[in-house]
Design a protein around this ligand. Sequence first.
Ligand code: ASP
Ligand code: MG
Length: 413
Amino acid sequence: MAIIVQKFGGTSIADAEKIRRAAKRVIRAVKKGYQVVVVASARGKQTDQLIADALELNPNPPRREMDQLLSTGEQQTVSLFAMALDAVDYDAISFTGGQIRMLTDGVYTNAKIKSIDAERIHKQLDKGKIVIVAGFQGIDENENITTLGRGGSDTTAVALAVALGAEECEIYTDVDGIHTTDPRMFKNAAKIEEISYDEILELASLGAGVIHTRAVGFGKKYDVKMHIRSSSEEKEGTIITHEVPQMEGVVVSGATVQKDMAKIGLVGVDNVPGNAAKIFACLANAKVVVNDIVQTEVSAQKANLSFMIGASDLPAAKKAVEGIKDEVNCERIFVRDDIAELSVVGVGMRTHYGVADKMFSALANAKVNIDSITTSEIRISCIVNKDEAGKALEAVCLAFELDKPAEERGRGS
Ligand code: ASP
Ligand code: MG
């Protein structure tokens, strides 16, 4: 019997009515002949509330205790979900991450999955039960509860789909799929019907916020078909799948703005072997995740180095670079936290020219200044002033016609 994993995000199960509606989706899949595994997030804003509760008591709560606390949000949902199914005579059983031995490393609040005991789930499915698993959580080898990082239930769902050999992983959410950009920032953003893992990885890690990046990483590695769709509407959503040749016809698939970022620059570092290594060793020690590193030699003696980080890592990163400043003979450190990163992404960039020109011209016409530019094979990103981000995004979306469905933007041209 084919297995399907259905993941419900917090807004799709926020109250009793919505849990009932989600349960109906599950029942429909059962009626189609699937064995169904449900992955549920915490209800509504519950995780935010738990974080606020923690911070009220301790501005810097121990991470282990944080995970112990946050995991309870999902634990509540799964039992409620099982009760809702029982109420309409469907046999369901709920599990925490620990109960299905969702084994992770020991990095509290951002743990990575190592293995899952699929047997326990298969046994229940074979008994005819619907299995409901708490998203976002696991246990480490010492039985401590861990969580996978905000939005981590998506990753639980895809990891389960892999472990169980599921046919598809459906991700139910409060939007009808993935759009070319965030519709709250650009209201005419078009819905995307099909997109590749690589594009979504770039868009998600750039702050598109639709799906947990690590979930897509898993999806890509094991080729899991992922379907992001609305929990309130029937229509098809967005399929995330491996790249197919037609996808290259679309030059830009989506655009994003990431606002919670900061940039640190080290001006006039001694231009000698080992300095970059020293600086990034300090940042690694401080557990700071670094993006978009740029180093330029300004003379035979000196180099400038800058990099981007998440805004929440700024205090730790600042402390780290201040600690190494004298050792690398850095003249000055500068920090910007008033920036946003605007990016366009598309596998079609590999084969089309003029993409950078179009983006920079759109920004120039909108009179938006570009601080720095970085690129990958399928992405161009510009750092702009945070207060100009909305205007910049709109200009770029219009330039690449992201208000139109992909076919109308000249697929195959
Ligand atoms: N409840 C967790 C969060 O809000 C995990 C999730 O929803 O995926 O981040
Ligand atoms: Mg989510």
